[in-house]
Design a protein around this ligand. Structure first.
Ligand code: ARG
Length: 611
């Protein structure tokens, strides 16, 4: 059964400016319940409505009659003539009456469920708003105005950016767009790993291989190979190892030469990361681990002063938090700082200096404990109190190859992201060229590449976003590029189909959509599939509110997928071009296309107008 969420207070009264269907139906149901049974709220009965899982019997339903009946009976407060839950439900329906603005067709189902349909007049208001504003109506939200730091992508310098980082990048971009959409001030932070011990050997290797590096900045194109070679020498030569370790200390202490080489290496990596970001329309600002180097000592001091810093055997400085068998290590026994130290300094900086009221971290799920401990430590020291801040870690699962193992190339190497993206695009190009050859395409040869990029990258992103991030998935080009099923390709085709109907109405039938909107052309929801489409459009606001709870973009994927199915059903069942209903139906196409584009935008997917 569905978990009842939220308080048991009656929902706020009906507010026509709130586009949430859940809010509107809840308000009407609650008003009816309180008229019929004024004691309902004080009896602790949940007065909310739910979207029907199976929409054949109704759009929204209220389940309050059964618990209400039980409570009234127990209290000996059942009114005369009411002796079953169904009769409680009937009394509620009578109290709601026919002239409420939201629902019609109210009836009792089964043991006392109240089923309802949304009124066509209500749906039409919604569609007209979309057309008038050229955008779906935003949900009415509270407390989305703060500063939010989203820590995502965050690859490691000198190491290859792998599919795990791709997941973080794709999910993070969408999370940022969603938060920005509802008005939050978002800092997109790329917490790159630019400060690890690996730099000792990289610096040493560069010094030895490129002795004149100061005058002639080496052009390292293959940093992975560079890393491998450095690692080889590190493992082979104890002498090399020793100087490497010294380099780490020198670098962290600000030694000029080490800093310079470090900078060169960071720049090479940065250029590689940028390539991926540019292709995927990712915006993220680098603020890597090194940035916090001088902020760690004061943080350790603060923990010390608060009396919650412990000195472990060997001299490491730690903070213990409830529920974890190991502590956070703020300083290693050799005096160095590590991942924990940096994250404690970073969260303090984000809360204090950036004024963040919400921090979101997006990494693979294995770092879940790390972040829960960081959050607990931030509470323990008092940076976070009660619900002063919202701290989220979105931990995602592993990307697997078709063999079910970690995604690798045939030779066992990590898959280079640029290669992966190239492959998606080239497969898409092949399929578009075929379409052109068959005479089915709405694009010309010179548009193939751009369209293939939008579709290929969109497919990779959507394949990831459409599921709960905590799940693992098997990477499959065939499945992500499928024109049928829950893929970006299907959605982009559905959108282009709507746009093609609109442009043919304009070109061949003299329809001017903008003029129709300005002139207030009436829309008629005569056919079942027209009504169903309008209803789906209206669910957008609730979908966004749902998404904000856990920040999982798959809610938006589910929404836009269901919307596309409703739209496909509509254009299959209802002829648009050249019919009496053409004007009304073209407007429905437009409202749907607008809403789909907004969803694509939130998912970071570029739409195309024709394919
Ligand atoms: N560089 C880390 C990795 O590759 C991710 C960093 C996540 N952000 C953070 N503040 N720890 O796994």
């Amino acid at each position: 059964a569905r978990k009842l969420a939220g308080s048991l207070l009656p929902p706020p009264p009906y507010d026509p400016s709130n586009p949430s269907l859940l809010a509107a139906t809840s308000a009407v149901f609650a008003a009816g319940i309180l008229v019929a049974f004024p004691s309902a709220a004080s009896l602790g009965v949940e007065l909310k409505s739910f979207k029907c899982k199976d929409m054949r019997h109704g759009d929204y339903q209220c389940n309050a009659a059964m618990p209400l009946y039980q409570k009234l009976k127990a209290a000996g407060a059942l009114p005369d003539g009411v002796s079953t839950p169904q009769q409680v439900a009937s009394a509620i329906i009578d109290a709601i009456g026919a002239d409420n603005p939201v629902m019609e067709d109210l009836k009792v189902n089964g043991p006392g469920f109240i089923m309802s349909r949304i009124k066509a007049s209500y749906l039409l208001d919604g569609v007209n708003d979309i057309l008038k504003n050229a955008a779906p109506t935003k949900p009415v939200l509270t407390a989305q105005s703060g500063n939010v730091v989203v820590d995502f992508s965050s690859p490691n310098i000198a190491k290859e950016m792998h599919v795990g980082h791709l997941r973080s990048t794709i999910i993070g971009e969408s999370v940022c767009r969603i938060l920005e959409y509802v008005g939050a001030d978002v800092s997109r932070v790329n917490h790159v790993g630019d400060w690890g011990t690996q730099f000792g050997m990289l610096i040493q290797y560069l010094k030895e291989e490129y002795p004149d590096f100061t005058d002639d900045v080496p052009n390292i194109t293959d940093l992975t190979a560079f890393y491998k070679n450095a690692k080889m020498r590190f493992d082979e030569s104890p002498e090399f190892k020793k100087v490497s370790q010294l380099n780490v200390v020198k670098l962290q202490a600000g030694d000029e030469e080490c800093r310079k080489i470090w900078q060169v290496l960071c720049d090479v990596s940065r250029k590689e990361f940028e390539k991926v970001y540019n292709r995927l329309d990712i915006k993220v600002t680098e603020c890597g681990e090194s940035f916090y180097n001088d902020k760690i000592a004061p943080v350790i001091g603060e923990f010390d002063k608060a009396g919650i810093l412990t000195s472990e055997e060997g001299g490491a400085k730690c903070v213990w938090v409830d529920g974890y068998p190991q502590p956070l290590m703020l300083q290693k026994s050799d005096g160095g700082y590590g991942y924990d130290s940096t994250d404690m300094a970073a969260i303090k900086y984000r809360i204090d200096k950036l004024g963040a009221t919400q921090c979101v971290y997006i990494t693979d799920f294995t770092q879940g404990d790390h972040f829960q401990m960081v959050f607990k430590a931030a509470r323990k020291i008092g940076w976070v109190e009660g619900d002063s801040h919202r701290l989220d870690h979105i931990g995602f699962g592993t990307v697997q190859g078709e063999d079910g193992k970690r995604f690798k190339t045939r030779s066992g190497d990590t898959v280079r992201l640029v290669d992966l993206l190239d492959e998606a695009v080239s497969r898409m190009e092949a399929s578009l060229n075929e379409r052109i050859a068959e005479g089915k395409a709405g694009i010309t040869k010179d548009q193939v590449h751009e369209t293939a990029c939008a579709m290929g990258y969109g497919a990779v992103k959507y394949f990831d976003l459409r599921r709960n991030p905590t799940s693992n998935y098997i990477f499959s080009y065939d499945r992500m590029l499928d024109t049928k099923g829950n893929t970006a390709i299907y959605l982009l085709y559905a959108h282009a189909r709507l746009e093609s109907i609109i442009s043919r109405a304009e070109a061949d039938h003299g329809v001017n959509v903008d003029e129709l909107i300005k002139g207030g052309q009436a829309i008629v929801l005569g056919h079942k599939s027209e009504r169903n489409l309008a209803l789906h459009l209206e669910i957008f606001a609730d979908c966004i509110e749902e998404t904000l709870k856990d920040l999982y973009p798959y809610h938006i994927c589910d929404f836009v997928y269901n919307l596309s199915i409703a739209a496909s059903d509509f254009v299959t069942q209802c002829k648009v071009l050249g019919t009496d209903e053409m004007q009304s139906r073209v407007l429905l196409c437009r409202a749907t296309a607008i809403t789909m584009r907004q969803c694509f935008q939130l998912l970071g997917i570029r739409h195309v107008m024709r394919i």
